[in-house]
Design a protein around this ligand. Structure first.
Ligand code: BG6
Ligand code: MG
Length: 216
């Protein structure tokens, strides 16, 4: 394996909880019941598609102008949560893995559905680790479509089947598998059943395991 692709939200930083809070606020406002379990299906999914799903859950149809207004409202709410973000919100042992790969000159990419990805990476001071950043502003088809990861592989100059993807979302694992990449789930094994390997977080990933991927 010689290309490592990382999702952002819920893999590198703990922003998944803020996306959840912002969707929950909007769901309450719309009178749609919304649980953390429902939120699993929002992970990795584009903002627009998330709102469509939320409205489907509540059997609500809205004019386009109102739909667009709610997208802005959700994002402003989300941005208010992440405004104060700094390095302390990097998930445990993520820097250990990034540094390990960087020391070995392994090309790394970010592959995120978020249109806020660049701003967040900057806040937590990790931008320089990635040769390329593919985010929600650059894709025409959102996860589970493999496009975001295929663009990342192409920019890294690596064949898709020599890429590893770290993902916390069901949609992201599906995208990685469809791209013919090695999918590593970060989260609950009971949830991420289609991932090739699953770890609860990076503290469970040993350098020996990363080493074995490099030799793979
Ligand atoms: C993904 C998150 O990374 O980005 C999703 O897992 C989110 O929950 C999506 O909906 C889009 O993010 P944003 O920041 O563009 O609204
Ligand atoms: Mg994610």
């Amino acid at each position: 394996m010689n290309g490592f692709i990382f999702d952002l939200d819920g893999v590198i930083v703990d922003t998944a909880k803020y996306h959840y809070l912002a969707w929950k606020n909007l769901a309450d406002e719309l009178g749609v019941p919304f649980t953390e379990e429902d939120n699993e299906h929002f992970k990795g999914v584009s903002r627009k598609r998330c709102l469509e799903i939320l409205l489907e859950m509540g059997n609500i149809s809205l004019p386009q102008s109102e739909f667009d207004r709610l997208l802005v409202e959700k994002n402003e709410d989300y941005l208010s949560y992440i405004e104060q973000m700094d390095e302390s919100e990097i998930l445990p042992d993520v820097p250990k893995v990034l540094n390990y790969l960087r020391e070995r000159n392994i090309p790394m990419a970010l592959g995120s559905a978020s249109k806020n990805a660049r701003a967040i990476l900057k806040k937590v001071n990790l931008t320089e680790y990635f040769q390329t950043i593919v985010d929600g502003t650059q894709v025409t088809a959102a996860k589970p479509d493999p496009q975001v990861f295929l663009i990342a592989a192409e920019r890294l100059g690596t064949d898709p089947d020599a890429c590893v993807v770290f993902e916390d979302a069901l949609a992201g694992i599906e995208a990685a598998n469809r791209a013919n990449m090695l999918s590593i789930g970060i989260g609950e094994p009971e949830t991420l059943t289609d991932a090739r390997h699953v770890f609860r977080d990076f503290t469970e990933i040993s350098t020996a395991f990363i080493e074995s991927l490099l030799d793979h």
